[in-house]
Design a protein around this ligand. Sequence first.
Ligand code: NAD
Length: 270
Amino acid sequence: MSSSPIRISLPGASGRMGRMITKAVADRGDVTITAATDRPGVDAIGVDIGRLNGFDETGVVIADQTEALFNPTPDVVVDFTSPQVSADHALLCAEKGVPIVVGTTGLAAEHIEMLKTAAEKTAVVWCANTSVGVTMLEQLVEDAVRALGEDWDIEIVEAHHKHKVDAPSGTALALGEAAARGRGVALDDVADRGRDGITGERQDGAIGFAVMRGGDVVGEHSVVFYGQAERVEITHRAMDRMVFARGAVRAAVWAAKAKPGLYSMKDVLS
Ligand code: NAD
């Protein structure tokens, strides 16, 4: 006997990721989008999510009222919008007892606190990169840092499309966190995020970040380990935003049945 599909509510439905998630849901039989919203004033308000993405009408029209996310009550909200919006949605989800997957990056400490508060009452999966490859890369980086030891200099280089608004990317910071974990230090104490002018020599133990923006790059991340006369580079390149969307839907299916708590993609894939 087949069970009914998991009902997903989708804020930011007309955004780059919102559209990809709509397509990723359409590719599966075990999930369905039952509500969608976007920011008041955007062209897609009032448009059917099927028509917006070039397939048959679904009967789900993009609303500009946040409450529409919970009418009908979904099994899970999947949120790729902006930091304040995602944090507000997480608290609303907690109030309603609905799990949420947050893929938004660039969250400030106050937004992370809001996710943690929400996670006391509902399942919150927060992940800066929902691809399977990057989730594995984080573990590889942590292991490499332990294996190589203190003498190797760690630099993280990332590239993204020109519309991205935060830097370094959430994925670069997550890779930095993985490297810092491998060294047993806090990333905030060792991160070197903006070199310009007479910076002085590189500090021992620093984890450096470099950022490129341009064109339509979906997302490229390299963690480079510089030793004496040798170099190790670990790179992930996302060729298509669908990798994030498929991962987000996988996280949603997992979160819909999870107990309250703050989770990462690693929990989803383990
Ligand atoms: P985007 O700007 O194309 O889409 C964001 C959408 O959210 C827009 O349609 C916007 O109008 C909408 N929005 C804003 N306020 C809203 C509100 N109050 N209610 C409902 N919708 C609202 O951006 P994007 O490229 O889709 O990226 C969104 C976020 O996801 C960014 O933070 C980005 O870095 C992140 N991202 C994460 C992953 C991952 O794997 N976790 C992958 C790609 C992008």
